[in-house]
Design a protein around this ligand. Sequence first.
Ligand code: HCA
Ligand code: CU
Length: 385
Amino acid sequence: MVWVLDSTLREGEQTPGVYFDKHIKLAIANLLDEVGVDIIEAGHPMVTPEIHAAVKSIAQKGYKRIVGAHSRSLKSDVDLALECGVDFIGIFYCVSDERLETVFKKDLTGACQLITEVIKYAKEQKPDLLIRYTPEDTVRSQFENVVTAAVAAIEAGADIISVADTTGFMVPGTSRSMYDYILRLKDEFNKRNLSPKIAVHCHNDRGLALANALDAYRAGVDIIDASSIGLGERAGIVDLAQLLTVLTIDFNENRWNLKKLVELYDLVSKHSGIPIPANFPITGKNAFTHCAGVHTHAASVNPMHYESLNPEILGRQRTFSLDHMSGIASLRYALALIDESSLDENLQYDVLREVKSVGQRGRTVDLSELKHIIDAVKHHQTYSK
Ligand code: HCA
Ligand code: CU
């Protein structure tokens, strides 16, 4: 069983220009609770007093889900997170020699000291707190450094080690495969008789975030990070709806309420100002809309001819678009929806010609426009008699 951590409110708010008001954050958290994600990463309380207040109200809402806060490797960040009453804290600190030397002016020993001190401190304050440690940019850092820091973190009390592909660098099937990476890391923990939970955080810079997350799943990770519409720094991270749907349908991880995703995405899109692309899998406007005549004809006989996912799983409906690609099958499907199935067959072809002509102007015909076309065609027939 894999857990899913949603980071719409933390990573998602790191999308340039995106800010959710506190009441919107709560509304998003409500929907995440209903969808049933296992962990809601509610924000980084240190960033602003408003985020601190929002994390606090989400943590105190009494959701069935684990509510978490993000934190730098600093006691003051941990204090702020604990003040909010969260059950989970994600602490990150880089371990790459280059970053340590140039940015933090530290060596690995100094970094490990800092990380373990903060983790021990957090555990002392709240012994049942779930602690995740993330070596930032894990996969591009020296592997030995990652192991050293992760082992130190686990010994200090970390429950979860997260493998962050901070820059979307991994590529399945190559020497940079997440599958191999996770197995290699697990092996190091096994050798030391350590068994932390392993999480994975995949950025989408190469469009491979979901593929890498599934690669990590195949290697047996315990937690996968995602966000609504895949929001996050740059090209974002794994898209939550795609991840949950694939895990449900293809891997029998049947624990989430997928029917709530559309409502969640509408809310997040509206308040982030980030539109959902029409052709986005699962939640995009066109994700279940058939277009070309051949497709609509076959799909009206049996949808599975041109679908590998049933839209009903998401509470969505299959539709046929009416435009220059349409054939008589799409038109008849639409006519049935507006109680015009008995329209004279010759007129149906006249209507289809009009629909195609509108389509050539780069538009689709919706059902109300279709009624106008039918009226005009009927009128024309009467007039020309
Ligand atoms: C960040 C970077 C991060 C951290 C992930 C984590 C990443 O914005 O701080 O703390 O698990 O991609 O490495 O999102
Ligand atoms: Cu990230």
